[in-house]
Write a protein that binds this ligand. Sequence first.
Ligand SMILES: Nc1ncnc2c1ncn2[C@@H]1O[C@H](COP(=O)(O)OP(=O)(O)O)[C@@H](O)[C@H]1O
Ligand SMILES: [Mg+2]
Length: 350
Amino acid sequence: MLEKLPLKMDLETKEVLKQLSKTSRALAELKGIANTMPNQNILINAIMINEAKSSSSIENIVTTHDEIYKAMVKTNDSTPAAKEVVDYRSAIWEGYNLIKEYEFLNINIIIKIQEKLEHNNADIRRVPGTVIKNNVTGEIVYTPPQSKEEIMDYLQNLENYINQDSDIDPLIKLAIIHYQFESIHPFYDGNGRTGRIINILYLVLKDMLDTPILYLSKYIINNKKEYYNLFQSTRNTNNFESWIIYILKGIEQTAGETINIINKIRDEMYLMKQELRSKTKIYSKELLEALFYEFYTKIPYIAKILNVSEKTAQKYLDMLVDLSFLTSEKVGRERIYKNERLFQIIKDLT
Ligand SMILES: Nc1ncnc2c1ncn2[C@@H]1O[C@H](COP(=O)(O)OP(=O)(O)O)[C@@H](O)[C@H]1O
Ligand SMILES: [Mg+2]
């Protein structure tokens, strides 16, 4: 039987504490560097797109950046997988906005995230039969709680654990929360992805980060076997040390990589700023940030940001195409302008 939280054991073992201090340091460094970025949304958008892609691919929803781009600008030939990735990003944004508003993370918010992800209101499982299988052999490895009452009971317990302050470090708690959420497995589908969104929301909720910019999916993909094995070995031995260290290491590594991403985007923005200044007369901070907000932009958006007519905005954008800052294509009746350099940076990260 799945244990309720808090676990009645000492989680702060010597090995855990050793790793914890490295992880905390890396995360604090990331938090500081992220806060020096003038426009946080640029970073969030860029990083989230890759997380949405990676987290989906853990669940065998596999796509490419080019397909994601098509889904984002709504070309007719975008694939279902790419659409799911774009929705995944909306689900993270939704969760983030909700916890910012309410300053806690409850069952309702978790359900809302999962709904956004799966486009349905399937709600918590009510029909028994959901099991976790080994995806190679098909053998049942774990049977989560089956009745809706039981599931709700565990979720309520998890909600309390998430929101109550305790003397255990939030990073250790994050590892426990992820294990527990996946073990409750409250939905028919989308548990993995929802659980990984809960992780980032929890980091923000506990002020470990100010914005949702640290995601473990890439690390999990690179250490996927361990991810699955650890669920089971933790369950079998009731020893959480390896699991906690696995998650803490992931946060440490990812914090380092995220710092690199920030630096890359910042360098590219700086470069473009210099070029815009030397080659055009239209440089402004607002324009530069708009070009990096997503890896594509549209005429009405630029018109609004710069407070100019759409005709003028189009003139600017077309000039930026001529100067090779952007590429452009027509999608339906709209013209889309793509920042290929930012797109390349994002692509290179996975
Ligand atoms: N043995 C296990 N015990 C608990 N959770 C597991 C186990 N193996 C895998 N998981 C979790 O279940 C997730 C898959 O569940 P699923 O509902 O299909 O989510 P999604 O649709 O997002 O893939 C994995 O990503 C992982 O987080
Ligand atoms: Mg699934």
